[in-house]
Ligand binder design. Structure first.
Ligand code: AR6
Length: 169
């Protein structure tokens, strides 16, 4: 199992699954969520609406899966990161849940390669240094991590890229 860092746009990545930093509505939004729905097309939204009708959206820290429409990956795992306000210790736990539950759901769907964005570090304002530490630690401590071939952290901005490079060095 390899852990990689890439500075790129996650909608260009051809892994079995890419992860989306969604919101509880699952109906799309800005940031990486907006980019995924724009390029992925209406199929992703239709599947999100079906999930929403079935289970009423997605709670913070949880994850759901759809196919990837026009994207080069096969699946999109939509997870909902915490907004950085209120109980900070609780928010750190919820961010770790995002990574853990996305990995669990990936294995349930026989996914071997997965790419994560830097969940919660944009519109949701989670401090990037803390988020990077949590992301890396959670992946490294995931009990079944060896069942993956590759886990990629996709960084969009230089600050995140430099943080991940330093932490994984
Ligand atoms: N590829 C990879 N990373 C990206 C891309 C991209 N195309 N675009 C942005 N990022 P954000 P959040 C990075 O704001 O903080 C949406 O409205 C970005 O630089 O996308 O979890 C949802 O619907 C940042 O480091 O997600 C929610 O309402 C990281 O992705 C809310 O935003 C996450 O930034 C979620 O906020």
């Amino acid at each position: 199992m390899k852990i990689e860092i890439q500075k790129s746009d996650i909608i260009e990545i051809a892994t079995d699954a890419i992860v989306n930093a969604a919101n509880t509505s699952l109906l799309g939004g800005g940031g990486v969520d907006g980019a995924i729905h724009r390029k992925g097309g209406k199929q992703i939204l239709e599947e999100c609406v079906a999930i929403r009708n079935r289970q009423g959206g997605c709670d913070v820290g949880q994850a759901v899966i759809t196919t990837a429409g026009n994207l080069p990956s096969k699946f999109v795992i939509h997870t909902v990161g915490p907004v950085w306000n209120g109980d900070k210790e609780e928010k750190k736990k919820l961010l770790a849940d995002c990574y853990r539950n996305s990995l669990e759901l990936a294995l349930q769907n026989n996914i071997k390669t997965i790419a994560f964005p830097n969940i919660s570090t944009g519109i949701y304002h989670f401090p990037k240094d803390k988020a990077a530490e949590i992301a890396i630690k959670t992946v490294k401590e995931f009990p079944r991590k060896e069942e993956f071939e590759k886990i990629i952290f996709v960084c969009f901005d230089d600050e995140n890229y430099d943080l991940y490079k330093a932490l994984l060095a």
